[in-house]
Design a protein around this ligand. Structure first.
Ligand SMILES: [Cu+2]
Length: 201
């Protein structure tokens, strides 16, 4: 993948790690709780033991959850960094959100509506803003999501490593036409892209 770290994998890894740990803890704590309910019931265990001031226990139940939370933070942070650091040489496309469509402007001033065309194998940076109210650009396939706000320029980038047609959506309720504010992202081969850019431009 010519040295580019695809943030998609980092995002998925963070998601699987956090959901996996959550499921494990849910099962572990539930099973342990049910076990303790029987083992330490009043009939079997009439005298409760006093564990106050047990430094070993206190240290363990402070350190282990801290380590778990920090490891989750590590996975989240590394994927966030991957999503914010645009590799050099990315194709830059301007996106203007408006009620109720996406205006897509290429460096050669070519303008599209609700359609983004990119070549496979080159990182793409989308510079995003809004012309009116708050919108949100969400491209699920590439794990990319950001709010578009009037007066603020922001960006996302992604690495289209597979050809095909993907959808993107507005994820902020921006008015009555919000449900129709969708578009198509087409990832085509390098040659097809050059040809398309020439024809359209
Ligand atoms: Cu919108």
């Amino acid at each position: 993948m010519n040295g580019i770290l695809n943030p998609l994998e980092h995002v998925d890894r963070a998601f699987i790690y956090i959901i996996g740990f959550s499921l494990f803890l849910l099962l572990f704590i539930t099973v342990l709780m049910i076990f303790f309910v029987f083992k330490y019931s009043r009939e079997r265990h009439p005298e409760p033991s006093d564990i106050r001031g047990n430094w070993l226990l206190e240290t363990i139940w402070t350190l282990i959850p801290t380590a778990i939370a920090l490891s989750m933070f590590y996975f989240g942070w590394s994927s966030y960094i991957g999503l914010r650091n645009v590799p050099p040489g990315a194709i830059e496309i301007d996106i203007y959100a408006q009620q109720y469509s996406w205006i897509v402007v290429y460096p050669n001033d070519l303008e599209l509506e609700d359609e983004i065309v990119v070549p496979k194998g080159s990182p793409v940076k989308l510079n995003i803003t809004s012309e009116d109210v708050i919108h949100g650009l969400f491209i699920p396939t590439f794990r990319v999501k950001v709010d578009a706000v009037k007066g603020i320029k922001t960006y996302v980038w992604f690495y289209p490593d597979k050809e095909g047609e993907y959808h993107f959506h507005c994820t902020e309720f921006c008015g009555t036409g919000h449900p129709e504010m969708n578009g198509v992202l087409r990832v085509v081969s390098e040659e097809e892209y050059e040809q398309w850019l020439e024809e359209e431009g």
